[in-house]
Ligand binder design. Structure first.
Ligand code: ZN
Length: 155
């Protein structure tokens, strides 16, 4: 990766880490789950408002953790708004594959170009395997919330 690009990626993550979007608890959220990453100590609660048709009308989170876990949650909530449940699961599957793939250029099969770009930034953590659990925690927790499980870990 070019140094300039790497710097840009770091800036995006730091910005979201310092100024997280959707760090709140919507009163009308109807799906919730707690997530915990024991390796780093990151904790998160994801709140979703799912419509009757299974569309994510609102996504927010609360929690504490390292910059990567917070940035990932912040970017995830922005990406998820307006997506269907199926699309959200598809994004999670692709993001997880991007984070754990050995092929840095593994192209995500994501139609939403903006989401794909953001996930590409986050998936830069694949260079730091211990950070992958930080980056995927919010996503595991989001899926647990949709599944009505209540608890999640990034194991
Ligand atoms: Zn972490």
């Amino acid at each position: 990766m070019l140094d300039e690009l790497r710097e840009l990626y770091q800036e995006v993550i730091l910005d979201h880490g310092k100024h997280p979007r959707n760090l709140r608890h919507p009163a009308d959220a109807n799906r919730h789950a707690h997530g915990y990453n024991a390796m780093c100590g990151d904790t998160i609660t994801v709140h979703l408002k799912l419509s009757g048709e299974g569309r994510i009308e609102d996504a927010a989170f609360e929690g504490k953790g390292c910059a990567i876990s917070v940035a990932s949650a912040s970017m995830m909530t922005e990406i998820l708004k307006g997506k269907s449940e199926a699309e959200a699961r598809h994004l999670f599957d692709n993001f997880h594959a991007m984070c754990t793939s050995d092929h840095a250029e593994a192209a995500p099969e994501i139609e939403d170009e903006d989401a794909a770009e953001r996930l590409q930034v986050l998936a830069g953590v694949r260079q730091f395997p211990v950070r992958v659990k930080c980056a995927t925690l919010a996503w595991h927790t989001m899926v647990a919330a949709m599944d009505g499980k209540g608890e999640a870990s990034s194991e």
